[in-house]
Design a protein around this ligand. Structure first.
Ligand code: DP6
Length: 397
């Protein structure tokens, strides 16, 4: 066995507050509108990827969450090809510090999530961001990587940065200007909190890729949204974040989520991602805000029924208690709240009455409490590599 060149990195999940839905180019993954997201903290949600190269490897191979997968998947191939192309370009441009042999070496890739796939979170974003970031380290490629991650999964380009991130749709046909860009750092809005309400363990019915294809073909609402609604919202959202104006941020976030799901319903045949629990969460949030006469919490939903809630730190304990009250968990079950600790508070009868919903036992399995976080990181500790010295997944990976 020849010597291995091994690198391990982690990358975050991101949640869009202005949604990406629809492509103008399928292979290059070019969107019909710009989008904007918040990067979640990796202490709660992350992908870890190890990439190894060696002269001894006979072929490129990949293991995802403990299972070997087919590396010939076109999107994986795009990412590998683009990283190798950049590496070759750097070497041809005369950077002699690069080891000229390693470019022809095959790679072994091993990737795991620290959150259950059953949580139904956009794991492809963290996964492709992590893959591209780690490959870039292995092949000593520097600079703009979001255009490569984008070709793995559109939303993945936004996971290459921390904090608040926009994906600018771009104009060029080859996609060279369709890139992600940080809007504000993760430290910008310290009291912003995020609660992921895991509603169901069901796998999503229609995947994003095929769902958005049908929407582009059939929904005139989506066309209107992309051309006339999103451009203004991008400006308003960036401003709301810059000013840390929670009410403005929250209202835009809810309206954009609702419009995305409206375009799904306007798709023919229609696509339903929200279920009865999602609808109840929506009512609960609006009733809660109405009771206080101000927007204290907001929701957003991707291609699945799980709500992602944004609020400010001071409202977290009460809102979590409200969720627990209207979606009573199994009494013998594990922890209801995971992640950042949440204090217990008592709810007033007045608040419960104001919300006035029938409780739905076990409607929500658990909550992940988190905040905005940084972009991808290199893991320096070799003990945390997912591939062993034989280039195969360690037992724990
Ligand atoms: C609803 O990035 O998963 O989460 O580009 O086809 O891989 P592909 O789609 P993907 O779509 C994400 C859609 C969304 C909204 C968003 O994250 O902006």
């Amino acid at each position: 066995m020849d010597k291995l060149n091994v690198v391990t990195c982690t990358a975050p999940v991101n949640i869009a507050v202005i949604k990406y839905w629809g492509k103008r180019h399928e292979e290059l993954i070019l969107p019909i509108n710009s989008s904007l997201s918040v990067t979640l903290h990796q202490d709660q949600l992350k992908t870890t990827t190890t990439v190894a190269t060696s002269r001894s490897f006979l072929e490129d191979r990949i293991w995802l969450n403990g299972k070997e997968e087919d590396i010939s998947h076109p999107r994986l191939q795009s990412c590998l090809r683009e990283i190798r192309r950049l590496a070759r370009k750097r070497r041809n441009d005369g950077d002699r510090s690069l080891d000229s042999t390693s470019l022809s070496h095959k790679v072994h890739i091993c990737s795991v999530n620290n959150f259950p796939t059953a949580a139904g979170l956009a794991s492809s974003a963290a996964g492709f961001a992590c893959l591209v970031y780690t490959l870039a380290r292995v092949f000593d490629v520097e600079g703009e990587l979001s255009g490569i991650a984008r070709q793995g999964s559109g939303s993945a380009c936004r996971s290459l940065y921390g904090g608040f991130v926009q994906w600018i749709m771009g104009q060029q046909e080859d996609g060279r200007d369709s890139l992600a860009q940080q809007v504000e750092q993760e430290t910008h809005w310290p009291d912003l909190r995020i609660l992921v309400l895991v509603a169901s363990a069901d796998k999503k019915t229609v995947g994003s890729t095929s769902g958005m294809q049908t929407s582009v073909k059939t929904s005139c609402l989506l066309k209107h949204r992309a051309e006339s609604v999103v451009p203004e919202r991008m400006v308003e959202m960036t401003e709301a974040i810059r000013r840390k104006d929670f009410a403005a941020f929250a209202e835009l976030t809810m309206k954009d989520s609702n419009q995305f799901h409206a375009t799904c319903l306007d798709t023919y045949p229609p696509i339903f991602y929200l279920n009865s629990v999602s609808q109840k969460v929506i009512s609960l949030v609006h009733q809660y805000n109405r009771h206080y006469g101000e927007t204290r919490v907001c929701y957003t939903f991707d291609a699945g029924p799980n709500a992602v809630i944004f609020t400010l730190q001071q409202h977290v304990p009460e809102f979590v208690q409200v969720v627990q009250n209207f979606f009573p968990p199994e009494t013998n079950g594990g922890q209801f709240v995971k992640g950042l600790p949440v204090d217990h508070v008592a709810l007033s009868e007045e608040l419960k009455k104001a919300i006035g919903l029938e409780p739905t036992p076990k409607g929500i399995s658990y909550i992940i409490s988190t905040k905005a976080g940084p972009g991808p990181q290199v893991v320096e500790n070799a003990a945390q590599h997912l591939l062993g010295s034989d280039g195969l997944p360690k037992k724990s990976a």
